[in-house]
Design a protein around this ligand. Sequence first.
Ligand SMILES: Cc1ncc(COP(=O)(O)O)c(C=O)c1O
Length: 386
Amino acid sequence: MKTSKLLTKFNTSIFTEMAQHKQGKLNEGIEIVDLSIGSPDLPPPAFIRDELARAVQDPDQYGYALTGTQQFSEAVEEFYSRRYDVQVDAHSEVLQLIGSQEGLVHLPLILTNPGDVVLLPDPCYPAYQTGIDLANAQVFKMPLREENNFLPDLQAIPTDVARKAKMMFLNFPGNPVPVTPTKAFFEEVVQFAKAHDIVVVHDFAYSELNFTEDKLVSFLSVEGAKDVGVEFNSLSKSFNMAGCRIAYLVGNEKIIEAFGKLKSNLDFGVFLPIQHAATSALREGDNFLKETSQLYKKRRDVFIDGLHRIGWKLDKPSATMFIWAPIPRGYSSLQFTLKLMDKAHVVVTPGSAFGKYGEGYVRIALVQNETILRKVVDQIKHANIL
Ligand SMILES: Cc1ncc(COP(=O)(O)O)c(C=O)c1O
């Protein structure tokens, strides 16, 4: 059997190497702490699980859900208004997704033709590249450099590239670089997108893991943003519902309509009990969101303060579950990751797994409790690799 040429584009070598190395350690009987996975380690709160359990017992909930329920879209409308001061219309500007990953990989199919250019941050979440590959579009990389506060430099994009570009992906607060969004930057993006007729796709998956007193800025809160773009949001990180596979796209009506058309030919809606639980989460979850941010903030402080004490100086992120940590000189990010596994028995992700400009960094996910994080600091100290 011969598989398609498309499949050759999907290269997982770094992650495969890491997984094999970790398995080798486990086979030796070594206990390994995993700080590499960007998935919450805690469950959703009881009120969400109760709603799911109630709906699962209802025999009427087992048919096809063709799309998102009206109640879900209305809950998104209320959530966006309450949490980000953004008005979206439940009927025409909200589309439910089977997790945002599904949406991210399919969206380029409705916005690009083969050969079109897509502007992509580097480093970035790998699913964006997958979607671009599926659509046979081409990438132009926008490096995220420390000297530019890890923001893409729009002025550095050549005019002929901007003219050919059809889409731009953005992700704030970001994974793997946990930079928070500013209104001023988004305003510049809207102007740029209007000048070159580019669709902006903002991934707001970490919109609720926020350690500041101010609300995080939704792309759609900027004037004119809805004319040029859409925003992904998800219940995976905010409500610890990653396994439930439920998320949504909000914004430009034409894009929402076109994407709904593609999706009606691709898949069906999310299992109804999950839709009901997600609706409750969006309506009644504000206290839980606050508690979750406090929990990650505490973990961040315990871990980074501990690393400072042993000589690894890192900036404290003001959002997300990630630390973007510069590594000591003399190692590639993959070498340092393997060293951490061998000597400190902890798994993190090499920055180079997220793009060439991720070299020189590792991504550490705060997905273990404070006791384990303290233990990891101790193990790194005794590993003598800094
Ligand atoms: C930046 C970013 N976007 C999207 C996703 C996918 O989230 P979902 O569970 O909604 O598919 C992730 C998951 O890690 C992510 O980090």
